[in-house]
Design a protein around this ligand. Structure first.
Ligand code: 4AZ
Length: 262
């Protein structure tokens, strides 16, 4: 029992650490690499995916196109970031070239975002130009209901390929297939997180497959709907430690109302 409590404390501390990496690392723009356990894909297969970048095509987070002017991403990608300093690359399999590079007019993240617990890790960007749909650029609809545990889902991004000592910096979009784990199951004894999974979160798990640093803000898609936003996790692709995502149905009304007023 005592060992179990110590384990839980370590996990809680570890997750706070993982969250912190995503929130306030000295240089949030320095993270590059790819998804763990994934494979090369194309933007045409995931045309809602975008790369958020600083000058010189410096990728720092993912995002999803939800209409002609609006990108959904994670709050922790936007803390301390100025709209005029960032660009969105849309319609490209490669994060560093191709497609369209569009400026950002405004950004906002949830007033209920909690950087300690990672609850409500959601934000939006308003593009400076309208983006019409093409074969490589498509809007994705927001899920209204969290899919059942076990539902297959796909997560994509240009984030880290592994957690420690990752040197590779692939330019090609990666995809990985995972399964939905609802927040109650994710916080149950089946997995190792315990009480730190909240109802604004949804998890996704598959052995040795996961999102990782730099995938943050990007899409978790099931049944052709945006069901999650890459948010945090204890390391990446660790046994019985699923990736944790913002539960889109929980933050849908925030996204919709903010999108109208921003
Ligand atoms: C991060 O720090 C991060 N394994 C993103 C996703 C995951 C872990 C960490 C999920 O941005």
């Amino acid at each position: 029992m005592r060992g179990f409590v110590i384990l839980l404390v370590c996990l809680a501390a570890g997750s706070a650490f993982a969250g912190t990496i995503g929130v306030s690392n000295a240089d949030p723009f320095a993270r590059e690499g790819r998804i763990v356990g994934g494979e090369d894909t194309t933007i045409r297969a995931h045309p809602y995916q975008v790369s958020l970048q600083k000058k010189n095509s410096n990728h720092f987070c993912g995002g999803s196109i939800i209409d002609a002017y609006t990108i959904v991403t994670a709050a922790h990608c936007l803390v301390g970031v100025k709209a005029e300093k960032i660009f969105v690359r849309l319609g490209s399999t490669l994060y560093n070239e191709g497609g369209r590079l569009v400026a950002v007019r405004a950004l906002a993240y949830s007033e209920n975002y909690n950087s300690k617990t990672m609850e409500n890790d959601v934000g939006i960007l308003k593009l400076a130009e309208k983006v019409e749909e093409t074969d490589d650029i498509r809007y994705i609809a927001l899920a209204e209901k969290t899919p059942e545990t076990g539902t297959p889902a796909v997560v994509t991004g240009w984030g880290s390929k592994c957690y420690f000592w990752c040197m590779s910096l692939p330019k090609t979009l990666q995809e990985v297939l995972v399964n939905i784990v609802d927040w109650k199951v994710c916080g149950s004894d089946t997995y190792k997180y315990g009480e730190i999974i909240y109802d604004t979160m949804v998890c996704a798990y598959e052995k040795k497959k996961d999102a990782c640093q730099g995938d943050s803000g990007g899409p978790l898609v099931a049944e052709n709907l945006l069901v999650g936003i890459v948010s945090w996790g204890y390391a990446c692709a660790s046994n019985l430690l699923p990736g944790v995502y913002t539960d889109v149905p929980s933050v849908r009304s925030w996204i919709n109302s903010k999108s109208e007023t921003l």
